[in-house]
Structure formats: C-alpha cells, structure tokens
Design a protein around this ligand. Sequence first.
Ligand SMILES: [Zn+2]
Length: 366
Amino acid sequence: MTHYNPPMPTNWNTIIGHDWAVELLAKAIEHDRVGHAYLITGPEHIGKTTMARTFAQALNCEAGGKPQVASGKSSTSDQQPTTNNQIPCGKCRACKLIAEDRHPDVRLVEPEVSGRGKPTLKIEAIRELQQDLNLSTYEARYKVAILTRFDAATIGAANAFLKTLEEPPNKVILLLTATDADTLLPTISSRCRTIGLRPLPTDTIEQSLTIRWHVPDDKAHLLAHLSDGRLGWAVQAAQDPTILENREQHLAWLDEALNGSRVARFDLADKLSRKPEQLPTILQTWLSWWRDLTILAQGPTRDGIVLTNIDQESQLAQLAQTWTAEQALASLKQTNLALWQLERNANTRLVLENLFLIYPLQPSPS
Ligand SMILES: [Zn+2]
C-alpha cells in the first residue's frame, strides 16, 4: 500500500479551502464572540470534523489568550484578545492531544455503526457525555464536545441532547456535524450557528494532492475529478488503493450489465444482491457514470462542465452516440431511485432487476 502521509493539522493555515469558515471561527475567538453551539454541515469527507477539531485546538491552544463565550459572563480580564494567526500553534500539549483525540476536555462522540453499516447515535452516549460536561474542566479553558454525524441521532438521543443545547454548562462549546441542517430536528439546528462547507474546486484538490501529499500528477488529476470536491475522500483514495480498485470492479459490473442480455442482467442482479453492504457505493459509482453520459449525450460539452469519470471519457463519448440523452437520463433517475429504495430497506434483488429493466440494451447488430 502506498502511503501519502497527511500533514498533522497544525493551525488554520493547514485547512485547505473553506477560507470564509476559518475566518469566521478565528474572528469569533479573536473578538470574544464564540457561540455555545455550532453545526458544521457538508457532504461526507469534506472536512467537517477536521474543522471542528481545529476550532477546538484554537479555543484551547496554550499559545492563545483567554477568549470568553459570547453569552457568558463578561470578561473581567484586561488581557487583549489574541490576534495571533499562529493560533492554534499545533505544537503545544493541548493542540497535540486534541489532534490525537486524547485531550481530557475535548470529547469526540461518534455514532455506532451496526452490522448493516447503519450509523446510530444512541441516548446512552448522550447521557454519558452530559455527565462529563457537567464536571469542570481538567486543564483546558473550554470543554468541547464534537458530535459527528448528528443526523444519526435517534429521536431519544436528539431530545436528550436538546436539554444541553438549551442550557449548556459554563465553558462548554458544542460542535455538531451533519450532511445537511434539514436532516436534524429544527429545535436542534435552530439553536446552533450553522457553518455550511461546500465542495472545493477540482483544481484546488488536484494541487493539494500533488503539493501536500506528493501524489503523482496523473493520479491526482483523476482523484480530483472523482472526489466531487471532497478533499478528505481524495486523500483517502490516494492512500488506500482498494478504493480505486473497487471502483474498477463497479464499472466492470456496469459494463457487464450494459452489454448483457435480459437473462444475463437477471443473473447479475442476483449476484449483486448478495453484496448488500457494497451496493450503495456501487450505485454511487454508476450514478456518477450516468451523469457523465447524460451530459455527453446532450451534445457538445458546454464550458464549465467537468466530467467526473475522466478516465472513461472515450467509452462514454462512444456510448453517447449510441443512446439518446433521454435514455441516459432515465437510467440516471432510476439509479438514484434505486439508492433511495435501498436506504429504505426495499428488496435488494427487485430493486436491481427494476434498474436493469430501465438501463438501455445494446442495439443488435444489423
Ligand atoms: Zn497550541
């Protein structure tokens, strides 16, 4: 396995992109206007937890001053707010322990993942966190709780947590992450300041991969396109070759389906239905492939539209001549529907059979 070791987060400068969010959080500390709760949203692997962890470092960095929580008691200290952009320093004990998720006052609470791959944040985890938050800090200025993927909270867990959000203990900062604010109870999201992280430009990801992670140019180019603007995904795929190998396999199965007869497709549906834990990723790969084909089938590529599967371009261009944009779009929609149905525990084999009924057949040679 090739390792491209990511640099340890040291300070705000090591966060790539999301400049406005960094500025907002750094300024909040600088001007003593830190809120009690933040909700960081964005797609998976975009950098939400990294942002939260770096904020926790900035709040507790030993090189920093003593910022006050906005709605807390006003500062009695004459100390000037810190304007040093070297905060967090990444070198002090607090910064290092937080980077390694070992700081006694910074708690990372993640959902449990069940056998079927479904994450759940249970009420027990919230209760345990609440007990901890009610104790005073060991060594830090702030107790920080980072609750990742809060959209996985059960109703019971979310309601239990609401109490903490409404009356947070003194010196406690709550940082939640979720893909979308709309997936949370409005009573939760309305009590947080929302920081919405958006996908990064393909060029930014490509440059970061080559410069910071020393990924070879060709690979960086492909991964940047496949990443959908999620740097975390691109770095992970650069480090773990099985991610690209799996994609190759997903595309090979798609090729098998598209070149196969109805009978062959039913056999494939049967085979793939025995891999339920892999299916969401398989369908995501197919979805991006159909999106590319739909764009190409609609005619000459317009400026600004970038294909995802750039290594498939010649094959896609050829198929764009064979099938109409309507056929490509129908397949795209059905793939999206299949994903939606699988999330709701529909019969896997039926979902795949329906999908393959919509996928166009190759025209028989005349
Ligand atoms: Zn530090």
